[in-house]
Write a new protein. Sequence first.
Length: 234
Amino acid sequence: MSQMQQTASTIAHVEPLLTLEDKLRPEHTALIVVDVQNDFCAENGMMHSEGLDLTAVQAMAGRLPELIESARQAGALVVFVRNVYSSANNSYLSDVWLEQAARRRGDSYTKRDVCAADSWEGDFFGDVRPQPGDPIVTKHRFNAFYNTDLETILRANGIRTLVMTGVATNVCVETTAREGFIRDYYIVFLNDGTATYDDNSHHATLNVIDRFFGQVSDLAAVSNLWAKYAPQQS
């Protein structure tokens, strides 16, 4: 323990979680899977229609099922977050949102529906899917805490640490991680369990998170720590 960590422990009202192993104890950890949906990850989804490179997000999505299974085996809570944006009577998209979309997003949100309820576009991508009993949080903005039941789910389950995964690193995952830190959750942000559509944006977010909002780690480190909690095969 460093001198700074000793000082933090002395000042804090609750014993701080000082190591990655402490933060990832399954009884107080939630794996947050953000927006791994067809509109953000699949050919013919929104981001593909905007001309963005899906290589990184599809590769990341291919890595997540193993991590999700390791979380379940260890006994950590797995929470899926999804967007619902477009609706028949436009219940969710404000004038501010639509102006930004019209100025910067081509046909998305205005001429083209995005993550409509019960649509292929809004469905989970590939093998990154909830199982019965996994909480599913539906949001209508970048922040998964905003006007959702995420906080209730986390507090009801005694969660202290959020392991952040999903799409896009620099938008919904980052916004939710920042908000989580503000609400006094430990943030573990996975550099290879999150992805966006260009490397510069991805690494800029990792730098900001590491400096101000949480600890950057990777899939292997988290899976290895959780492995010791999994039931042993006989």
